[in-house]
Design a protein around this ligand. Structure first.
Ligand code: PLP
Length: 435
């Protein structure tokens, strides 16, 4: 399988290059040259063992570069937690994607990417250092995924005092090959430092710096798996199925469209947005209007300029073609709170604010009389958003043991100024001593 950049079809890259580069040299996003359609029937797929099924679906994307037995081991180690589609009524199911180590769907992408990078590092006899800026969830998923993986080190930059206590503990309590840099600045400052570091060839070469950000193709591919798992179960009962995807950078939606192509699934998609509704406006007008991100209760979706839109446009060709398969709608914070309340009173289930935006979109679809059955993707565990749940329901959700344990551990971070030269000095010292 070869990969190309969304900016040009002229040059092809291997999976190894696409993963290591993250972003194409011309600034585009990598896409596979084709979507390998599963050769058997849906029933064949249903009858396979869980890990064999994932292997068959994903191996064509990495073929030639990773030996079959090693890829089999990678699949087993990445997909080692439950993927559950819970049916609440004949109208709605919820696809629970938060049973991984950091309780959000980002675990799928981060764990797969980590396993792939670790494999390539060992094969190339070259350690990799992953540099990542985080405003919260991505950093913990990446840290947890790379923890103790041979041949890898992770440096996480986070803005001091600007992530929740829960999130900070999830970033700063690993130790070993995970280094937390607490930056005196904003999330934008952290991102700027990371960007500058990747342009600093002296530094990138000395430490083999690699990016783990959300545009990496290896983060998208494993996400196709849960759409297929959910479809295999639900299509036994329902014919007309729509996936409702709480969206920010549109990576999750893109993964759904990849899944649809490799299985020829006759499904539709709704992209559920918060007040950051650039994608909805783009579908309505065909014009991309970039706006600064607006802060909302579903903060992992606060994206003013969704990076994966380029991938969608490349896959479909343009807004009219996208609209035939995908609709988008948005809801504000007051509606989000009502969504959490309503879901609780209807089903006695507790959903996180991102999932609530999905539930609101699904309710709107139902009001409009279609489709038969909707699968709402639940992107995070409600216990990650205790204050919002308390505001909506008047009580705090139960804390899963995994999160409780992390909260009891001691924080360890290295404080660093947002000045690049200072940052460069700190990171050089830390990486030279942590080996
Ligand atoms: C990242 C994230 C999203 C948005 O996913 P995209 O792939 O960026 O569209 C939604 N919910 C949660 C909890 C997230 O962490």
């Amino acid at each position: 399988m070869k990969y190309f950049s969304s900016n040009s079809h002229e040059k092809y890259y291997s999976f190894h290059e696409a993963v290591t580069l993250g972003l194409a040299p011309d600034g585009g996003l990598f896409l596979p040259e084709l979507f390998p359609v599963f050769p058997g029937s849906i029933d064949d797929l249903r009858q396979m063992d869980f890990h064999d099924r994932i292997y068959s679906l994903l191996y064509p994307f990495v073929e030639d570069l990773i030996p079959p037995d090693i890829f089999g081991e990678i699949v087993k180690s990445v997909f080692n937690f439950e993927i559950c589609t819970r049916e609440y009524s004949s109208d709605y199911s919820v696809l629970e994607l938060y049973h991984g180590p950091t309780l959000a769907f980002k675990d799928f992408g981060a764990r797969f990417l980590a396993a792939i990078i670790s494999y390539f590092s060992r094969a190339d006899h070259k350690d990799s250092t992953i540099l990542v800026a985080t405003s919260g969830d991505t950093g913990s998923a990446v840290a947890s995924a790379f923890y103790l993986l041979p041949g890898t080190k992770v440096v996480i930059l986070y803005p001091s005092g600007k992530v929740s206590i829960n999130q900070e503990k999830q970033l700063t309590t690993f130790g070993e090959n995970i280094i937390a840099l607490e930056i005196n600045g904003s999330f934008d400052d952290c991102q700027k430092l990371v960007k500058t570091a990747f342009l600093d060839t002296g530094l990138t070469q000395q430490f083999s710096l690699t990016s783990a950000n959300s545009i990496n193709i290896a983060r998208l591919l494993p996400q196709a798996v849960y759409y297929i798992e959910s479809y295999l179960a639900s299509s036994l009962i329902y014919e007309d199925i729509e996936f409702v995807v709480p969206s920010g950078n549109l990576g999750n939606l893109c993964a759904g469209l990849i899944a649809q192509r490799i299985l020829n699934m006759p499904v539709h998609f709704t992209s559920a947005l918060n007040s950051n509704k650039m994608f909805e406006d783009y579908l309505a007008t065909g014009i991309k209007t970039i706006r600064p991100g607006i802060e909302t209760l579903s903060n992992a979706m606060d994206v003013g300029n969704p990076s994966n839109l380029e991938r969608l446009i490349t896959i479909f060709g343009g807004p009219d073609a996208i609209k035939k398969n995908v609709r988008a709608m948005h809801f504000d914070d007051d509606q989000t709170i009502k969504g959490i309340k309503h879901f609780y009173s209807e089903f006695t289930g507790i959903i996180c604010p991102h999932t609530a935006v999905g539930y609101l979109a699904a309710s709107m679809n139902k009001l409009n009389g279609r489709p038969e059955h909707q699968i709402i993707l639940s992107t995070a565990h409600p216990a990650k958003f205790t204050e919002t749940i308390n505001r909506a329901l008047g009580f705090y959700p139960e804390m899963p043991e995994r999160l409780q344990k992390v909260l009891e551990k001691n924080k360890f971070s290295i404080v660093c100024d947002k000045d690049y030269q200072e940052f460069r000095r700190v990171i050089t010292n830390v990486l030279a001593s942590n080996s």
